[in-house]
Design a protein around this ligand. Structure first.
Ligand code: CUA
Length: 163
């Protein structure tokens, strides 16, 4: 089949446009996928999508649960709930600190409640739940599990010390 020169040009232009379109869509999707959990509605809490609960020890940031200072008296707390405790198991922050909690579970569904505050969320394997709180009063705050998760449920707790 003979293809006219002009038709050839249009075919090339069409394929090029399609290629550019696919690259743009691909970059957009990739950029969204790379957005750190909680970067868009930190103040309200919520959850982000799939994470493999069996591979937390090789999935940053949950391979290394910790408290990280990210600003002037502002922290990210990367946490893992498990039967029957939380990691990291003890945190200390200054008065007035805002903490962005991000937590997932390595086994079953747990709870995450700080009595005396409005902090209350579920800890779900396969999901990252997040919620922010500003600790304006000094004290020792209990973080406890409020979802029945097994024989050690009532002992599942940790503390956050505000001073
Ligand atoms: Cu964990 Cu109840």
């Amino acid at each position: 089949m003979h293809i006219h020169r002009l038709e050839k040009i249009w075919i090339v232009v069409g394929i090029t446009m399609l290629g550019v379109f696919l690259v743009v869509v691909g970059i957009g999707a990739f950029a969204m996928g790379m957005q750190p959990p909680g970067s868009h509605h930190e103040q309200h809490g919520g959850h982000t999508g799939a994470i493999d609960p069996d591979k937390l020890d090789e999935t940053p940031p949950f391979d290394n649960p910790r408290l990280v200072q990210i600003g002037d008296n502002e922290y990210n707390a990367y946490m893992v709930g498990y039967a029957f405790g939380y990691s990291p198991d003890k945190m200390e922050i200054p008065v007035g600190a805002t903490v962005h909690f991000q937590i997932t579970s390595s086994d079953v569904v747990h709870g995450f409640q700080i009595p005396g505050t409005n902090v209350n969320m579920m800890v779900v394997p396969g999901e990252v739940n997040y919620l922010s709180h500003t600790f304006t009063e000094p004290g020792e705050y209990l973080i406890l599990c409020n979802e029945y998760c097994g024989i050690g449920h009532e002992y599942m707790a940790t503390t956050i010390i505000v001073s």
